[in-house]
Design a protein around this ligand. Structure first.
Ligand code: AMP
Length: 282
């Protein structure tokens, strides 16, 4: 499997594909790969001639130093995971200083109101970091199609905005959330959960499912109140936010408009581990 640690080696590896006019699919990741990433890679393989997966824990998108330090980095396992899917996958794993070409810092983006809701409100600077690294990665990979999980739904909308602002010639493709049989959304952070926390975590899915079930019958404030009360009574999970928002502007919704499409969004802590999830409601 080709492993590229620099943009120049990546450019060389991809040159034959570009010369033939092949489609290049791209799955950006921070590693600690799981079947959720695997589902994006499988879709990319089915729709492109060559697939690049980046493994890069981006320092500028972490607003919490301990979270960055504790982020799992099982690099050899990740390579084996990808090789087992398809040994023709190209892995791009640059050093931060190589990718950023100098100082590792974020650019300030004007993503508009979507960046100040939910994750933007609770993780200051996060989306500037995400935008900065993806802009650099897109310029290094020059993909035809790039794949992002709806697991990070707000990030997906930010990426669409980034591509518009930076005028990048790439199609952004959103992929469904991949869940364990018990409903827990797969996440690299799940590795940091204790057995007890891991058992508790599917509660997030349960509450989202309940919100989906109630959406036609109850008002948005009532659904939110009930979800907040359920979390307040939970012995292990601590809720950071439960919000219902329209999918385009991601602003907190208080009333349903028949023409709008809504999702419920959750961020909750299991000990120090912050988990997020979301679900379509209508
Ligand atoms: P990360 O490595 O956490 O930055 O994630 C890399 C990509 O995989 C992002 O586009 C995520 O939204 C996506 N992803 C992570 N977990 C899942 C999941 N359970 N289902 C679908 N996509 C996911």
């Amino acid at each position: 499997m080709a492993l590229c640690n620099s943009t120049s080696s990546l450019t060389q590896t991809l040159a034959p594909w570009r010369e033939r006019g092949g489609k290049i699919g791209f799955v950006p990741s921070m590693g600690a790969l799981h079947d959720g990433h695997g589902s994006l890679v499988a879709q990319a393989l089915s729709e492109n001639d060559c697939v690049v997966v980046s493994i890069f824990v981006n320092p500028t998108q972490f607003n919490n130093a301990a979270d960055l330090e504790k982020y799992p980095r099982p690099f050899e396992q990740d390579l084996a995971f990808l090789k087992a899917i398809d040994p023709k996958i190209v892995v791009f794993a640059p050093e931060a200083t190589e990718l950023y070409q100098g100082e590792v810092q974020s650019k300030a983006y004007r993503f508009g109101p979507i960046a100040s809701e939910m994750e933007g409100r609770h993780r200051p600077g996060h989306f500037d970091g995400v935008g900065t690294v993806l802009n650099l990665l897109f310029r290094a990979v020059e993909p035809t199609n790039a794949y992002f999980g709806e697991k990070d739904f707000q990030q997906l909308q930010i990426v669409r905005k980034l591509v518009e602002l930076e005028k990048l010639p790439v199609n952004i493709i959103g992929c469904a959330i991949y869940r364990a049989d018990n409903g827990l959304a797969m996440s690299s952070r799940n590795r940091r959960l204790t057995p007890e926390q891991l058992e508790a975590a599917p509660f997030i899915f349960k509450i989202l499912k309940q919100a989906q079930k109630d959406f036609d019958k109850k008002s948005i404030p009532a659904i939110v109140r009930e979800a907040e009360a359920a979390f307040a009574a939970h012995p292990i999970l601590e809720l950071e936010y439960f919000e219902i928002a329209g999918i385009h502007n991601l602003k907190t919704a208080y009333r349903k408009h028949p023409s709008n499409t809504y999702r419920a969004f959750v961020a909750a802590f299991a000990g120090e581990v912050r988990l997020i999830d979301n679900m379509g409601l209508n």
